[in-house]
Design a protein around this ligand. Structure first.
Ligand code: NAD
Ligand code: UD1
Length: 341
């Protein structure tokens, strides 16, 4: 089976490419490298002992996409490509809608033209309405996201639902990720954000490795056990395996499915920092500052639907996430730039 991964050179895409290659799939990565390095793919090839096809191009180039789908006889698409910086999305909403929503429309049009109708989409728990009721099942109401990045994810979900309603011969999986974190256990591939990280784990590991001075904890006055925000951190390899299972499941029959990919367990910011310090044996200096606009107190998944329907389960816990994040960061203090120099 041939899988085309849009955004496959990025953080989650590169880990998924590795899992797919190891499972015997042929992989075509289609990425414009706007937020990634081709070094990730060289390392994926080295780790798997297999080669993949890389196409450096933009998903908004519908003709190029259609050509790639046809030329490589692609069976299914996993669609990771998108811009994901929440803060930047509030400053550049049009760029986010154009890239994420416009890019997905272009992809669906190219798929229709090439007669490829199997699609896995990277959505996010950010589409859920803020709630006191945890864990979140797929039936929980969606909300009005607080930023254009989140809105783009919800809009794409609607587009895919409408596409399926009109074309029930399509097979679509919408995967709502909770908080992806960690790295491949080799320490060879991992998360390599541009500039100052927005997300907790890359920030913590960059403090530990000495690239950043101190973590700012955004608020300790939430209605949570220790006052800091609670999230469901899922190991990126468990997440990658979820994509393999989802792609397999939807290849069997047409349909539109929603699946939460999370662990079902929430950890506070302080618990996450303590776990990182314990596992890495490195101090993570922090100070508590005000809340970050748009943040919610708590968010964790009910993963039982994905577990039952995909025969999938997270096998890695918070300590594995921290150990693997630290291995990646300590072996590659400047990320992929270390091997580009
Ligand atoms: P990432 O930025 O590492 O990967 C995205 C990849 O898409 C990059 O390699 C980038 O170069 C590529 N890309 C962006 N726009 C493109 C375009 N127009 N044409 C071709 N390629 C393009 O991000 P990630 O963390 O791997 O996230 C993958 C997907 O999962 C994204 O859609 C993201 O919104 C979603 N997601 C991520 C998280 C998270 O915490 N990382 C959480 C929920 C959902
Ligand atoms: C954020 C995005 C969300 C996106 C997700 C994955 C916001 C408001 N939400 O989710 O839309 O889908 O990333 O990309 O940006 N924290 C700190 N200090 C930091 C960084 C984070 O205290 O330097 C705290 C946050 O307040 C939160 C927790 O750590 O309680 C996790 O934050 P983060 O990793 O940014 O993820 P989310 O906010 O859950």
């Amino acid at each position: 089976m041939v899988m085309l991964l849009t955004g496959g050179a990025g953080y989650i895409g590169s880990h998924t490419a590795l899992v797919l290659l190891e499972a015997g799939y042929d992989v075509v990565v289609y990425d414009n490298l706007s937020n990634s390095s081709p070094e990730s793919l060289r390392r994926v090839e080295r780790l798997s002992g297999r080669s993949l096809t890389f196409i450096e191009a933009d998903i908004r180039d519908t003709a190029r996409l259609e050509q790639a789908l046809t030329e490589h006889a692609v069976d299914a698409v996993i669609h990771f490509a998108g811009l994901k910086a929440v803060g930047e999305s509030t400053e550049k909403p049009l760029a986010y809608y154009e890239n994420n929503v416009g890019g997905t429309l272009s992809l669906c049009q190219a798929m229709r033209a090439a007669d490829v109708r199997t699609l896995v989409f990277s959505s996010s728990a950010t589409v859920y309405a803020e709630s006191d009721e945890m864990p979140l099942t797929e039936a929980a109401p969606t909300g009005r996201p607080t930023n254009p990045y989140g809105s783009s994810k919800l809009m794409i979900e609607w587009i895919l639902q409408d596409l399926y309603a009109a074309n029930p011969d399509w097979s679509i999986a919408i995967l709502r990720y909770f908080n992806p974190a960690g790295a491949h256990e080799s320490g060879e591939i991992g998360e390599d954000p541009n500039g100052i990280p927005n997300n907790l784990l890359p920030y913590v590991s960059q403090v530990a490795v000495g690239r950043l001075e101190q973590l700012s904890i955004y608020g300790n006055d939430y209605a949570t056990p220790d006052g800091t925000g609670v999230r469901d951190y899922i190991h990126v390899m468990d997440l990658a395996e979820g994509h393999l299972k989802a792609a397999n499941a939807i290849a069997r029959a047409s349909g539109l499915h929603l699946w939460n990919l999370g662990t079902g367990k929430g950890y506070s910011v302080l618990e996450a920092v303590q776990a990182f310090e314990r596992v890495s044996q490195r101090p993570v200096p922090y100070r508590v500052v005000g809340r970050r606009p748009g943040d919610i107190a708590q968010c964790w998944a009910d993963p039982r639907k994905a577990e039952a329907e995909l025969d999938w389960q997270c096998s890695r816990g918070i300590d594995d996430i921290m150990a693997d994040a630290w291995r990646w960061q300590s072996h590659n203090p400047q990320g992929y730039r270390d091997s580009e120099r």
